[in-house]
Design a protein. Structure first.
Length: 374
C-alpha cells in the first residue's frame, strides 16, 4: 500500500454490476439505425426484435427447440413470469444464497403462498448443499449470485432424468459462464448485465418441457396480462418471434443487437467467457499478494468471474470511504457492495470490461485502502 497515487487510470471506470460497461468501441452514433418513431408491431419493428432473438440463440448456443422471448421488466419480470406461470403443479425447492435468490423465495412463500415450497439456503459467501435438492419437485435457483459473487460450478448436480422443472435466473452468468441448457428448463437474464445493454427488458428462454407445462397446467391464481404466455391452452408463439407483450424500447433493442454483433465479432461465447475469466484472474492475483482483501466467495470453484465480491479488513466504513475516493478520482464507479450484502467491494469483470482496465484499477485499490485506514 502507498500514499502515492498511481500514475495510470483505467480508460473506462465503469465497473458497475448492472447496468454494466458498454462494449469496447461503443458510441451513441452506432444507434443511428434504430427503428424509432415506428410501431414495434410494424414489419420493420418485428424484424429487428426477431433479429435480437436469433442473435441471442446463435451467441448463447440455445438449442433449436427452445423458445426465446423478450419480456417486460428486466430479469425480475422474466423470473416472476416464469414462477407465476409454471409453479404450483408440484412441489418446489427454492435455492438461495444471496439477496436476489432470497427475493424469489419470498415471492413464492409470501405472494404465491405455495404450501409445498421448501427453502434450501446458505449465507453470503457460501453455496447451499445442492445434494439436498429434490428434483421430483420444481427447482428455482440463481446460477450466479450477483450480490455474493458465488456461483454454481457447473450443472452436474442437475439430473437429466428430473421430474420437475429447473428455473434458472442467469442474469449475471449468461454470456460469461458455461451453462448446460439441457439441464435448464427456464433461463432468464437481462441484457443490461453481461452485455452492457440498456435497462427495462428481460429475456425468457423455455425448454420443450417448460412449454409442455404451460400448455397442460393452469395456475389457481389470477394471472396479470403482462405474465400471460398462453391463450386457449396453447403457447403464444408470437412472443417468441418478436411480438412482445407490451411496447419495448426499440432503442434498447438496437443497443442489444449491437452488443450481440460485437460478441460475434470477437469470437462468440468462447471469447466472452475468456475475457471474463481473464478479468477475474487479475483480481485473484492481486488478492494473493496482499493481506487485507479477501474473496467473499470462500470456495475457489464457486467464485464468480463476473460479479467479484470482496471483503476488507477494518471496520465497515473502510469500503465506503474507498468507494467515495475512487469515484472522486474518476477511477472506479459504483463498486460498493450491494446494500444487503456484507460490507465490501463488488467489481464487475464481465466481457465488456477490458482486462487492461482491471489491471490499472488494482494499484488504486491499494491507494484507496491506505487513505481509508489512516
Amino acid at each position: 500500500m502507498t500514499d502515492m497515487k498511481p500514475a495510470t487510470k483505467p480508460n473506462c471506470a465503469n465497473f458497475s454490476s448492472g447496468p454494466c460497461a458498454k462494449f469496447p468501441g461503443w458510441t451513441p452514433q452506432l444507434l443511428n439505425s434504430a427503428v424509432l418513431g415506428r410501431s414495434h408491431r410494424s414489419s420493420l419493428g418485428k424484424k429487428r426484435l426477431k433479429k435480437a432473438i436469433d442473435l441471442t440463440r446463435e451467441v448463447l448456443g440455445v438449442p433449436a427447440d427452445y423458445k426465446i422471448g423478450i419480456v417486460p421488466a428486466s430479469d425480475t419480470g422474466a423470473v416472476e413470469m416464469a414462477m407465476w406461470s409454471l409453479l404450483g403443479a408440484r412441489g418446489v425447492d427454492m435455492v438461495a444464497w444471496e439477496s436476489f435468490g432470497e427475493g424469489w423465495v419470498s415471492d413464492v412463500v409470501k405472494q404465491l403462498k405455495l404450501k409445498d415450497a421448501r427453502k434450501i439456503i446458505a449465507p453470503y459467501g457460501e453455496l447451499p448443499d445442492l445434494a439436498q435438492i429434490n428434483f421430483a419437485s420444481d427447482v428455482v435457483f440463481t446460477w450466479n449470485g450477483t450480490t455474493s459473487g458465488v456461483r454454481v460450478p457447473n450443472a452436474d448436480w442437475i439430473p437429466s432424468s428430473r421430474e420437475g422443472l429447473t428455473i434458472c435466473d442467469a442474469t449475471s452468468s449468461a454470456f460469461a459462464q458455461d451453462m448446460d441448457f439441457s439441464k435448464l428448463d427456464v433461463v432468464t437474464f437481462s441484457w443490461q448485465k453481461v452485455l452492457g445493454g440498456e435497462g427495462a427488458h428481460g429475456v425468457l428462454i423455455l425448454s420443450p418441457r417448460a412449454v409442455a407445462r404451460l400448455e397442460s397446467y393452469v395456475p389457481s391464481w389470477p394471472m396479470p396480462k403482462i405474465f400471460r404466455l398462453t391463450s386457449g391452452g396453447k403457447l403464444i408463439d408470437g412472443i417468441f418471434e418478436g411480438e412482445t407483450i407490451n411496447t419495448p424500447s426499440m432503442l434498447c433493442v438496437e443497443d442489444y443487437v449491437l452488443a450481440l454483433e460485437w460478441a460475434k465479432s470477437i469470437g462468440g461465447l468462447v471469447a466472452l467467457r475468456k475475457r471474463a475469466d481473464d478479468n477475474a484472474a487479475v483480481i485473484d492475483s492481486w488478492i494473493s499478494k496482499n493481506s487485507y482483501a479477501h474473496h467473499l466467495a470462500k470456495v475457489p470453484a464457486t467464485r464468480s468471474n463476473t460479479s467479484v465480491c470482496l471483503t476488507l479488513d477494518g471496520n465497515e466504513d473502510v469500503p465506503k470511504k474507498m468507494v467515495k475516493l475512487l469515484d472522486a478520482e474518476g477511477v472506479a464507479f459504483d463498486i460498493g457492495a450491494y446494500r444487503d450484502a456484507p460490507p465490501g467491494l463488488r467489481i464487475w469483470c464481465g466481457a465488456t470490461v477490458e482486462t487492461t482496465d482491471v489491471q490499472a484499477l488494482m494499484p488504486w485499490l491499494d491507494w484507496a485502502y491506505a487513505q481509508a485506514t489512516v
